[in-house]
Design a protein around this ligand. Structure first.
Ligand code: ATP
Ligand code: MG
Length: 561
């Protein structure tokens, strides 16, 4: 439910409502300071993009600030490569953390001090039980847990043991620091949660300085507090952690931000957890984190998505308090909508069929004028060549046309986009009986824009002039999964639903010569075929294009059939 802001008449989402309420009461002195807190254990995906747009969007709207904070409390899983890619992706989406890039590991000394403070206040203790013992004495939501036999150690003993843990005197798993809260709490997270564990691992930033590391729940709220975050926005699964978030900061007597939970983005035909995406990369099911079939920000970028289209998508889906699944075609719609506005319409033939226009003079070459983008009146025109030999799409020809077929067939006529009407007179076949070329005739007085032929044809097809055509490789993509919810099957893993036809490589495509110097990342509409983008692997001698998306939603059409 959203209410209206009376001054601006726009509707507010529930987080904005909370912020406006805080601004009214002055709870955070009219300040809005959010953070985006990724764990550097993988590349960011479209779900993270939603969180980025939300956090940075809120601070933009309320004239506030957003920090980028790496939640690097888990030393084993984090890598420098991920830290770099995350920064790159946030910037690419169009957001700036200015000079506020932080690491939770920057606060390890402070977090350690706070742990000591809890011990001194008799609010935390060292437990010698193994994690299995702790789990087995935790109880369940309807049955209270059992207090640890180590729960009532003296403060002095706890302080001594904690320091010795820090000094590396104990083996992993033999001791842990636990909060002393309530083993009978109805909230399992309040049953003496572990705050620190021993981990003899090298950290990507602090090296071997530490052999104890704070748990996420302990580090996160303290990091938020240190950075003076006002609204700590996170996904719904943290709702049950909120009492612990509040307990830690209140017990320490330090500044407390407001944690607010929203529903994470789920997309159909997609898996979204970094762990699963890593599996796809490691097991070579996809090429890399930025494989254009991946739902990662880097994959979408390489596929040809624009930052605007992703931001628009985030706005369009809005934010909710309940989990839901968004149709991936909505994401495709957003990119189609943006590319429609900004891309030049070019001609490219994926599966070429040679056409010889027998009545067109052999030595003649023409430059035909064609509009760059009818959606953009400032985009102007350019010229494309025309001569006796051209390529059309194999799909645009059938030897014998069925009823209602408006493309080319023997004896039939069609208009070549921005050029002439042609009529097919005969086909040329090889020994196997395959069609290798068409013989056609053109109507000289049917030139686009100055047609006096009086001929009426229903079909318009694209073409590329043969002599000046350039070769390219084109990569066509389909969904990576054949199932709507690949990771929601109890009996089968998500990898059982990999679409074996998610990538089709088409070589020897023919493109109009204006694309000769197309640069990596440039985006075009290939007439009738979709939106395409120059791939990162493209070189001057081997042009490679990715199809970002078709012109229309092919899946929706399939379903209607
Ligand atoms: P994953 O489950 O994919 O590994 P994560 O939650 O472990 O994701 P983090 O790096 O911890 O990944 O997430 C950084 C921020 O992005 C967190 O605030 C998290 O809530 C948010 N986030 C992660 N996934 C989504 C999603 N699908 N939709 C919205 N926000 C998300
Ligand atoms: Mg996480």
């Amino acid at each position: 439910m959203s209410t209206e802001n009376k001054e601006t008449k726009e509707s507010l989402n529930f987080i904005e409502q909370i912020i406006e309420e805080h601004n009214k009461t002055g709870k955070y002195n009219q300040k809005v300071h959010t953070r985006f807190p990724p764990e550097p254990n993988g590349y960011l995906h479209i779900g993270h993009a939603k969180s980025i747009c939300l956090n940075f969007g809120l601070s933009q709207k309320y004239n506030g600030l957003t920090n980028l904070r790496f939640d690097d409390t888990n030393p084993e899983k984090e890598e420098v490569e991920y830290v770099k890619s995350i920064q790159n992706d946030v910037k690419w989406l169009g957001f700036s953390w200015e000079d506020r890039m932080f690491f939770a590991s920057d606060y390890f000394d402070k977090i350690y001090e706070y742990a000591c403070q809890l011990i001194k206040n008799d609010k935390a203790y060292i437990d010698d039980q193994t994690s299995e013992q702790m789990a087995s004495t935790k109880g369940n939501p309807t049955k209270a847990g059992i207090e640890s036999p180590y729960r009532n150690r003296t403060i002095a003993e706890n302080l001594d043991l904690f320091e010795r843990m820090k000094n590396g005197e104990f083996e992993e798993g033999t001791k842990a620091l636990r909060a002393k809260i309530d083993m009978a709490s109805s909230n399992m997270h309040m049953r003496d949660p572990v705050l620190y564990r021993i981990k003899k691992a090298t950290h990507h930033r602090t090296g071997d300085k530490w052999c104890i590391y704070p748990m996420y729940d302990f580090a996160h709220c303290i990091s938020d507090s240190i950075e003076n975050i006002t609204h700590s926005v996170c996904t719904l699964e943290f709702e049950v952690h909120r009492p612990l978030y509040d307990w830690i900061l209140e017990t320490l007597g330090i500044y407390r931000p407001q944690q607010i939970e929203f529903a994470r983005l789920n997309l159909n035909y997609t898996v979204m957890s970094k762990r699963k995406l890593l599996q796809l990369v490691n097991e070579k099911i996809v090429e890399s984190w930025d494989d254009p079939r991946m739902p990662t920000i880097s994959g979408l970028r390489r596929r040809g998505y624009t930052p605007e289209s992703i931001r628009n998508f985030a706005t369009r889906i809005g934010i909710a308090k309940r989990d839901n699944v968004i149709d991936v075609s909505l994401l495709e719609f957003s990119v189609r909508e943006h590319l429609n506005k900004i891309t030049t319409r070019v001609m490219g033939v994926l599966n070429p069929l040679k056409v010889i226009i027998t009545n067109y003079p052999e030595a003649k070459n023409e430059d035909l004028v064609i509009e760059n983008n009818p959606e953009d009146e400032n985009s102007g025109t350019r010229t494309i060549p025309f001569s006796r030999e051209i390529f059309i799409e194999q799909d645009d020809f059938l030897e014998v046309a069925p009823k209602g077929y408006f493309r080319l067939s023997v004896g039939g006529m069609v208009r070549l986009k921005a050029a002439y009407i042609i009529e097919c007179k005969s086909v040329v076949k090889n020994e196997q009986g395959e069609i290798t070329a068409l013989h056609c005739e053109y109507f000289e007085n049917s030139k686009s824009g100055q047609d006096t032929s009086g001929l009426k044809v229903k079909g318009v097809i694209h073409f590329v002039e043969a002599n000046q055509a350039i070769d390219a490789e084109v990569r066509l993509y389909d969904r990576l999964f054949t199932d709507e919810s690949p990771d929601a099957h109890e009996d089968k893993g998500f990898k059982e639903f990999i679409n074996p036809n998610s990538l089709e490589i088409v070589k020897n495509c023919k493109l109009e010569p204006s694309l000769k110097n197309a640069k990596v990342g440039e985006k075009y509409q290939f007439q009738r075929l979709g939106y395409f983008c120059v791939d990162t692997e493209s070189t001057e001698n081997n042009l490679v294009f990715n199809r970002t998306v078709t012109l229309k939603d092919a899946w929706a059409k399939e379903q209607k059939k």
